[in-house]
Write a new protein. Structure first.
Length: 255
């Protein structure tokens, strides 16, 4: 556990030096702040526009950070050839991978916290009012990012950065359409096609489970039991993906 902590902290320090990380956070804060100007151009429901755009910005730029930083966790070590010295040491590969994931998760937490702080400050400046449901929505966004990060790390263990980014982005898009796939499959007559779509539904992450932005924006209640179940689902799915990533990484030959 101490080795995982050391690797996580080292990964956290390395990601803080990544310029693309700062650029994404800055653009995210600018988009959140611009919601005040955009709301002023509309007639009515300015508060909802500020809240909706703010949550969407945190989600979008959080996903971009998870993908573009996550896919480079292993590939950068290979490019720098530091992976050979790491695997030569008495450090299990799974500890190395889990440490990398923990470090990136810490980086995501800090960046989401920064964007959330900018979002809540925007609410104060725009006099949009604060609703505890907004904090719940941000929390589930972070859980979703943990899932996306696990997927990005898994792909980075056996593919190139370009393919990892493509596959992870595809999983993100499809993950928000899994319910649609299941409904579409139920209307088809072909058993094989229906079985494939059902398989995708149960295999791919249901990212819509973490999407409560609509309820938070419109002031609808978000039940605590739903928050707990969604968070448990996200943690469980991330753990399964990380186990798969560790198995793949353990069997990979770097010679």
């Amino acid at each position: 556990m101490n080795r995982i902590t050391v690797i996580a902290l080292n990964t956290f320090r390395e990601t803080l030096r990544d310029k693309i990380l700062y650029n994404l956070v800055v653009f995210g804060l600018l988009l959140i702040g611009s919601s005040i100007l955009l709301s002023a151009l509309t007639l009515g429901e300015q508060d909802k526009i500020i809240k909706d755009l703010g949550l969407a910005s945190i989600n979008l730029f959080g996903v971009l950070i998870a993908i573009f930083v996550g896919i480079g966790l292993v590939s950068k070590e290979i490019e720098k050839r530091t992976i050979y010295s790491i695997i030569a040491k008495p450090i299990p590969r799974y500890q190395f991978l889990l440490g990398k994931y923990a470090g990136l998760s810490l980086t995501l937490f800090v960046n989401v916290a920064i964007m959330a702080a900018g979002f809540f400050l925007t609410l104060v400046i725009g006099q949009a009012g604060f609703d505890p449901a907004l904090l719940k929505a941000v929390g589930l966004i972070f859980v979703e990012l943990l899932v996306i990060t696990a997927v990005a790390v898994m792909f980075s263990t056996f593919t190139t950065p370009t393919l990892s980014a493509t596959f992870t982005l595809a999983i993100y898009v499809i993950g928000h359409l899994t319910d649609t796939l299941r409904v579409f499959g139920s209307k088809l007559k072909g058993d094989l096609t229906k079985a494939v779509l059902d398989g995708l539904y149960y295999t791919l992450p249901n990212l819509e489970s973490f999407n409560v932005k609509g309820q938070a924006v419109h002031g609808l209640p978000i039940e605590p039991i739903y928050l707990v179940s969604a968070a448990a689902y996200g943690v469980t799915y991330s753990a399964v993906i990380l186990i798969l990533a560790c198995v793949i990484f353990q069997r990979r030959d770097f010679k």
